[in-house]
Design a protein around this ligand. Structure first.
Ligand SMILES: [Zn+2]
Ligand SMILES: [Zn+2]
Length: 150
């Protein structure tokens, strides 16, 4: 089932929800602020076409990598490299290569940064595009789900 992680617009905490077309609000457990959501039966089937939070259709996918763990591992490897003559950094690189390549993917809404996991249509979601991101975030451009064309 699709899991949706919304960032609370009030306090920045993440709100985890599952699609339910009867639910129109997602409440933040931390500050009790509620965020409007619009789920369809498509979302319930794990298909992401339209963002339930901002109604945009532009998403990108990336590895579902836990940044905190990554940073911690890097710090440990960097400290250890003093005694291992840099070998721990090589080891970290190998771990990254073999372990993190296999990690699941997460789709992210360019506009509101809502995260979507366990999508049925993940292969349809394109990779991150820097130019699209800039135009959506800074110029509020709406690509309506179409790829960037020149
Ligand atoms: Zn909140
Ligand atoms: Zn959105």
């Amino acid at each position: 089932m699709m899991s949706v992680q919304i960032t609370c617009t009030n306090c920045g905490s993440s709100i985890e929800v599952h699609p339910d077309h009867n639910a129109h609000k997602a409440e933040c457990e931390v500050c009790k602020h509620s965020v409007d959501v619009k789920f369809t039966s498509e979302h319930e089937q794990g298909i992401l076409k339209e963002c339930p939070v901002c109604s945009r259709q532009d998403f990108y996918k990336q590895k579902d990598f836990n940044r905190k763990i990554g940073v911690t591992l890097f710090v440990i490897a960097a400290i250890l490299s003093i005694w291992t003559y840099g070998l721990s950094l090589v080891a970290l690189y190998l771990v990254d290569l073999f372990l993190f390549r296999k990690l699941a993917l997460v789709a992210i809404c360019y506009k509101c940064r809502t995260n979507f996991r366990n999508l049925a249509n993940m292969p349809e979601i394109r990779d991150y595009d820097h130019e699209m991101n800039d135009r959506i975030v800074y110029s509020d451009h709406d690509f309506k789900g179409k790829p960037l064309s020149h």
